[in-house]
Design a protein around this ligand. Structure first.
Ligand SMILES: [Zn+2]
Length: 400
């Protein structure tokens, strides 16, 4: 079958119309200006161009259809027509490729710009934590006692009645045993109401002589208010050896308070009663804020230098001792008294030693205990001890 030249011109028209259709659609890519475009714009253009390329050069495109006509044109014109179709195709592909190259370069640059690391921007430092005020104080006190030859003991927080009360010589009918004061868990068990339980456990485990302090949590059924919380921290001290006397107790308490609050600190012991010590005393120290004067910003007679020295075993020169001008503001930590009441102490009761299989005829010892919260509140000027356990970062951040 031979085709006429008439067919050749028809075929050429088809190619021309395919080229025109391409040109009409491609016009928006001619002289493409990417100024002001971002990565997303360029990627959208790239997708559009890809679709356009398939439409005009793909297998189902008008151009592909035209190429099929090459074999159908008369042989003498086949060469010319073939060259024509190829030149049109080459032109179309070349135009598309030019735009493709420009878009690819733009997208690649835009991605690099996005991911570029600016080493001049300051880094984001991870937030470092810091210690809780109770821990800060506890560690200070632990350091003092370790330097005085004491070991640090810890023990369980849920105790049996035996360790919580019986071994500590607390009688059956003592109010501390009542359920409104103690958190009982199951029958015979309770959250420990004092760290004195550690005295018993430590003596049983280590035997005597012994020198320990036991910092830890204790639990009492108190309604939370500015000065009470149902869970707080105590530090218990215990020293048992041959020939230990009340003088050792006073010397030890006085020494650690001086190391914590300064060389000028005066200590006072007042007779008291605890089931697990005999004799028992409460110990106070001269106020760290006013130096025992009871006032801030004025001069008043300091405690420890006048009539209040009965229990003090130290004789410290108070710079304000001779002045009696009651001026200045009332001191807050000591409420104007010049003294801060801290804790209880005494000589370990013989019954407690016996409960730990220690012969009270041979050994004697002293024990003392005090709370950390009240002390931390005074030292850090905290008006409400509940703040310490509310975990409000704005509060805790102040104690870096
Ligand atoms: Zn004071």
């Amino acid at each position: 079958m031979v085709y006429s030249s008439c067919f050749m011109s028809e075929a050429k028209e088809k190619v021309e119309s395919a080229q025109n259709a391409f040109t009409a659609e491609f016009v928006r890519f001619v002289d493409l200006n990417l100024n002001g475009s971002d990565l997303a714009d360029a990627e959208a253009l790239m997708r559009e161009l890809g679709e356009l390329k398939i439409r005009h050069t793909g297998k189902k495109s008008a151009l592909a259809e035209s190429k099929k006509l090459i074999g159908k044109v008369a042989p003498e014109e086949r060469g010319e027509f073939g060259q024509y179709v190829q030149s049109v195709e080459k032109e179309i592909v070349s135009q598309i490729e030019t735009v493709e190259t420009a878009l690819t370069a733009f997208i690649s640059n835009a991605k690099i710009e996005l991911e570029r690391l600016d080493v001049t921007i300051p880094g984001r430092r991870p937030r470092t934590g810091h210690l809780h005020p109770i821990t800060i104080l506890r560690q200070k006190i632990e350091d003092i006692f370790v330097s005085m030859g004491y070991a640090i003991e810890d023990d369980r927080e849920i105790e049996t009645d035996y360790y919580n009360f019986d071994a500590l010589n607390i009688p059956e009918d003592h109010p501390a045993r009542e359920s409104q004061d103690t958190f009982y868990t199951t029958e015979g068990f309770a959250l420990r109401s004092q760290t004195s339980t550690v005295q018993i456990r430590a003596m049983e485990r280590r035997g005597v002589p012994i020198r320990i302090i036991a910092p830890g949590k204790v639990f009492r059924r108190d309604t939370p208010d500015m000065t009470h919380v149902p869970m707080f921290h105590q530090i218990e001290g215990l020293c048992v050896d041959k020939g230990i006397t009340m003088a050792h107790l006073k010397g030890t308490v006085t020494e650690w308070l001086k190391r914590l609050f300064g060389e000028d600190t005066v200590t006072r012991f007042r007779p008291s009663y605890f089931p697990f010590t005999e004799p028992s005393a409460e110990f106070d120290f001269s106020c760290f804020k006013c130096g025992g004067t009871g006032t801030v910003g004025g001069l008043q007679e300091a405690v420890g230098s006048g009539q209040n020295t009965s229990g003090s075993i130290v004789d410290v020169d108070q710079p304000t001792a001779n002045s009696q001008q009651p001026t200045g503001e009332r001191c807050r930590p000591c409420k104007g008294s010049g003294w801060i009441e801290l804790g209880g102490c005494g000589m370990v009761h013989p019954n407690v030693l016996k409960a730990c299989s220690v012969d009270p005829q041979v050994y004697s010892g002293f024990a003392f205990g005090f709370g950390l919260e009240r002390m931390a509140a005074m030292l850090f000027n905290i008006d409400d001890i509940r703040h310490m356990f509310e975990n409000d970062v704005r509060f805790l951040e102040q104690f870096r």
